[in-house]
Design a protein around this ligand. Structure first.
Ligand SMILES: [Mg+2]
Length: 340
């Protein structure tokens, strides 16, 4: 028997796909990305803990994106005379990345740190998740919450004499997409449920398909199923986060827009007197880092242990360092009048 070429068969619903056939499907369905490129991208979207990378690369990356703790004084002195506004991503920034997204809890110590920050500066949580889900994790009514990648924004209920759960909706630019998102959610659940470990999360204005718990040999197949569903909805776009596919409306609205909207709401639309500090770990946070670069205001801080291409200026390695940074910020603010 002659084996001409290694063509591993990939199991799919109702049969098997050869690598070649799957590649053809992906090209037809998606943006023409090659399987290997797709897999590389899926792997790169979340470097494994302690994964191999060149120590020299890491050192040069740290020089370009120094630790926000090491450069704390540089950051605070740049903020002199300006109002600091704090923006925090949730997953991987305040909470550790965990296998079950429903169990991405923050510690009481972190909650306390965020509460203290909010007592000192206007503070917003900006997440890809459903806003109410993030609120249920954080449970601090003094914060601004921007869920669904900023497509669902509400202001703090505390201090506004409003009863809990009766916050004023400030911004929902993708409201008309709700029925479509519901429909795609049902479709995705149906299409990927036979792939063990896959998890479709409904984030109200957007969807997430998590593959953190899916065997790597089935990633292509999962991507194929997701693309097959999304291709029927040209008004939706597909992107990738940390071991997650994100599906959201094509409207030009991302975490960067949410940041600008919140600054505007706080009265800093055209102001030079504001110093936004945005801390996040994901690709979707890059939109906010970019906005800060363009505005030449404040600082972007990427949470990452591994070198990553980023528009952030500084870095922190993990949520425990974020907490340390937040505590220092509060301490600094309390002692600031004595220094000045
Ligand atoms: Mg994150």
């Amino acid at each position: 028997m002659v084996i001409s070429e290694a063509k591993p068969a990939i199991p799919v619903a109702g049969g098997y796909l050869t690598r070649k056939k799957l590649l053809k499907n992906l090209e037809t369905i998606g943006n023409g990305a090659m399987i290997n490129a797709l897999l590389d991208s899926m792997r790169a979207s979340s470097p494994t803990r302690g994964g191999p990378y060149d120590a020299q690369d890491h050192n040069s990356w740290i020089v370009r994106h120094p630790s926000a703790l090491t450069e704390f004084e540089e950051i605070t002195s740049a903020s002199k005379g300006k109002q600091i506004v704090v923006f925090l991503d949730y997953d991987g920034t305040l909470s550790p990345i965990v296998n079950d997204p429903d169990r991405a809890f923050i510690t009481n110590e972190m909650r306390e740190a965020v509460k203290n920050v909010a007592e000192n500066f206007p503070t917003a949580i900006v997440s890809g998740r459903c806003r109410t889900k993030v609120y249920n994790f954080v449970r601090l009514s003094e914060l601004y919450y921007a869920g669904s990648h900023g497509m669902d924004i509400k202001g703090p209920s505390k201090g506004h004499r409003q009863t809990k759960g009766n916050q004023t909706v400030m911004c929902q630019p993708a409201r008309e997409f709700l029925p479509m998102i519901d429909e795609v959610y049902k479709s995705l659940v149906e299409k990927v449920r036979y792939i063990p470990g896959s998890n479709v999360e409904h984030n109200k204005f957007c969807l997430s398909v998590h593959y953190r718990c899916v065997e790597e040999k089935r990633w292509c197949e999962l991507a194929d199923q997701v693309k097959r569903v999304v291709k029927n909805y040209p008004m939706l776009r597909l992107s990738q986060g940390r071991k997650v596919f994100e599906i959201r409306p094509t409207i030009k609205w991302d975490k960067g827009n949410a940041l600008e909207f919140l600054l505007e709401s706080l009265g800093y639309a055209e102001s030079d007197d504001v110093f936004p500090v945005y801390i996040g770990d994901d690709r979707t946070d890059e939109d906010a880092f970019k906005v800060l670069r363009v505005r030449e205001q404040g600082v972007g801080i990427l949470v990452s242990k591994a070198p990553k291409e980023t528009n952030a200026t500084y870095s922190l390695q993990e949520p425990s360092e974020v907490m340390h940074f937040l505590k220092r910020l509060v301490e600094w603010n309390k002692t600031k009048p004595l220094i000045n």
